[in-house]
Design a protein around this ligand. Structure first.
Ligand code: MG
Length: 231
């Protein structure tokens, strides 16, 4: 009985020493921002145009990158970093279109971070890269916690995700320079309120460039291609 009592006392002392909150996220984010700044300085030094493509699984990120890299690779050196929890399916698809790809398998992590990008940079022929695109892990929440050190973030949503997909993810909309609303060829079939999606994007981030597009039919793709070329 006495022993039990001693144990519970020492447990109680230990319990009192346990911090109530451990601010691990804050530290991780701060370190990530420092690494991202370093990444960005390296890209600037080598005059590389860099973009982070974020969006849910199935929004059309890979299909857009296939079409985009096919066009850009005609006269530029294009690299794509593909983040996925496993496999290199997307990287293999994109590589068919003229770009070089690097796959990062993140395991259980639901977004790429600046450290992942730093590791890739070390193995790139930086003087021979014109464009670097990152296809982030398919997810609309986690990537908002980690900037990578690229010039611009491009958010891809599709009309199949529902009219509310934009208003439900304001953080990523605020952090992005462009939002592509993909699969507009399905608007009539699904009865999607495309105007509402555009208005939602503009109300969250008045500066955001909204590009309704169908990567499948090619509708409005040239608008996006021109934007990338003018960056
Ligand atoms: Mg993909």
């Amino acid at each position: 009985m006495i022993k039990i009592s001693e144990e519970s006392n020492s447990n109680k002392e230990l319990e009192e020493k346990i911090p109530r909150i451990i601010e691990m996220n804050e530290d991780l984010t701060r370190n990530n921002e420092e690494l991202a700044e370093r990444n960005h300085a390296i890209f600037k030094k080598h005059n590389i145009k860099t973009f982070d493509i974020v969006g849910a699984i199935g929004a059309g990120k890979t299909a857009i990158l296939e079409k985009l890299t096919e066009e850009l690779s005609k006269d530029k050196k294009v690299y794509v970093i593909c983040g996925d929890i496993t496999l290199r399916l997307d990287a293999d698809r994109i590589e068919q279109h003229g770009a070089k790809t690097i796959q990062i398998n993140t395991g259980r992590e639901c977004a790429l971070n600046a450290y992942h990008i730093q590791k890739v940079i070390k193995n790139l022929p930086l003087d021979n890269v014109d464009y670097l695109f990152v296809e982030n892990v398919g997810n609309l929440i986690c990537p908002s916690d980690f900037i990578l050190g690229v010039d611009r973030r491009i958010l891809v949503v599709s009309v199949t995700e529902g009219d509310h997909v934009i208003i439900k993810h304001p953080l990523l909309v605020k952090m992005s320079e462009v939002i592509i609303i993909n699969k507009i060829d399905l608007v009539d079939t699904l009865g999607t309120d495309l105007d509402r999606m555009i208005k939602d994007a503009k109300s969250i981030n008045p500066k955001i460039k909204v590009i309704p597009m169908s990567v499948k039919t090619g509708e409005n793709f040239d608008n996006f291609l021109e934007y990338i070329k003018n960056c």
